[in-house]
Design a protein around this ligand. Sequence first.
Ligand SMILES: N[C@@H](CCC(=O)N[C@@H](CS)C(=O)NCC(=O)O)C(=O)O
Length: 226
Amino acid sequence: MPINPGADIEVLTLDRVPPMAQGYVKDLRVRWALEEAGLSYRESFLPGVIGGDKGSAHLESQPFGQVPIYREAGLSLFESGAILLHVGSKDERLLPSDELQRARTTAWMFAALNSVEPFAQSLFLVGHVSENKSWHDDARDAVRPFLQTRLKQLSAALGDREWLEGNFTVGDLLMVDVLRSIAEEALISAHPNLTAYVERGTARPAFRLALAAQLDAFERNERETA
Ligand SMILES: N[C@@H](CCC(=O)N[C@@H](CS)C(=O)NCC(=O)O)C(=O)O
């Protein structure tokens, strides 16, 4: 339901990415939150490759030349965390209106973005840039323990709860999206409660719709420019 070319909310993403990144571009988080909230949005696509130079219009909206970008009635936002705080503020199921619960939810958002994602991305980046180098395995071996420690700590913090704080919130949405992007499956499967947590998150209808929308868009863009 939420994709609607006439919607006020606009989500901008790259028009194409390599196959291995499809399904993992961070506009997915925004699409997922909008689906959870039942808010309609339209999609727009920016030219450019990951890591490549971006045009000045793109840099004006996102100083680092990245996506997602979110627009709505005079507001232009970058950084997926900031966008999810904004979308969450429209639906108290995603970001509780109770002050204390909202503060705890926000802490988990920062935890996902600041305490877990940097290690997940380092492992990916190191693996990627060292792909054809003799030090590939050594580089990954050096980074992996940091992520393993974080996952062990997260697993202990989650325990046998369904979600991080009572009900599903944008804190869970971000954490699940970070965890599902970890390239080495074994790191997650070492913790059955994290495996189950990611499965619960990605089984949500809103996640399924968001993923399908992102994959459809890349397929459509490729077909149109073929
Ligand atoms: N901290 C940013 C990271 C966004 C990000 O990593 N975007 C990637 C796609 S998933 C991107 O746009 N890469 C293009 C580039 O860096 O050139 C956020 O959470 O919004």
